[in-house]
Design a protein around this ligand. Sequence first.
Ligand SMILES: [Zn+2]
Length: 212
Amino acid sequence: MLAKRRERLTGEAESGIIKAITIKDIQNSDTGEVISDECKKTIFNTLKAQGAAYIYDEVKVVKIPRDKEGRMELLRTNAISSPGYPKVILEINEEAFGGKTKAYMDKLIKLQKYSTANSLEEAVIHECAHAKVINGKFYSQYKAIDEELSGPFFTQPIKGRADKKSLKDLAGEISEYAQKDGLECIAESHVKLSRKEYIPEELKILHDQYIE
Ligand SMILES: [Zn+2]
């Protein structure tokens, strides 16, 4: 299993066991043909550029209802417990993407101020960060990280800081979404770093601890 993951990381799938997500997989997952071709292509090209086509095991087109704040998640990365390493699934919300052009999705993403993402590409980069954190870890390890990063580690004052700021406070410099928990903070940091923009040093350290 370790060798398998190593191949995944380098993308050298010579054994034929390792399968990267292809544009065909994304097309096949859209059985109702509700997602526009250009959105599918953008999602696929960004996964590839991010080196994440080898990390995801599956792409699914699903219906994700709005949350209690009325917010609609466009994309979601799910880690499903399975023997050994978890299955990593990219979910595309057909409620959001159904019948929409890429230009429409870009505008929608740019107009929302909750996340730092300004385009469909950047929304995918955010998801790729989640996948990269999961990659190479057992399900239990990943869950332990999720739990730690949702707790006091994220919300209590950082040791040695005179201004008593927490990682959550610093995450406010990135976006409201980044303040949700440590995993969202890492994903939002990943988008900022992909733009070569500044993020607070402590957040860069947190990001680099989980994403190489
Ligand atoms: Zn996220």
